[in-house]
Design a protein around this ligand. Sequence first.
Ligand code: COA
Length: 161
Amino acid sequence: MDQKKIAIYPGTFDPVTNGHLDIMVRANTLFDKLIVAVALSPKKNPLFSTTERVGFIKEALNGQDKIEVHSFDNLLIDFAFEHKASVIIKGLRAVSDFEFELQMGLMNRNLNNQIETVFMIPSQEYSFLSSSFIKETAQHGADIRHLVPKCVYDGLQIIRK
Ligand code: COA
């Protein structure tokens, strides 16, 4: 019997950007099901609550079937196993991402070698993006409408100085 290929795309997504969405849309074409996993990440002291971060992604993905959005607060590898995923997707924006991502990928493989980490490259126009840059520039009133979905742009107005 054919087993469905399920992939997990994890992150803090505080907030989701067009760079993340670009990876989601690309990954969605490769797997039977994609699960976007929003980490609570209390250590990162997120600006948006988990419910808001999940809500932004769901709204931005409106119309993309086959993509589920969940939050999680346990080990990523355990979350992936619980959801029968065989692949973890990570985006590589630049060489500087590689060292840390390689370390995490190897650690995750050490914990469960049945789950593969797959690196994907976002579109070049988003390769410089990060959620922190978005928050910082939005705070100072930069026009970042072309870099985030509309719901995120609207949500960011609360921090505008
Ligand atoms: N477009 C735009 N920005 C991107 C991006 C893309 N395609 N890919 C990554 N980024 C940005 C993110 O916005 C984030 O920016 P920020 O640091 O300014 O917030 C940064 O790059 C790092 O992203 P990411 O590598 O996804 O890290 P994260 O902190 O968002 O998420 C987890 C890391 C949640 C995947 C990881 O901590 C985890 O697995 N946690 C669960 C606990 C666990 O299992 N720990 C053991 C790991 S071995």
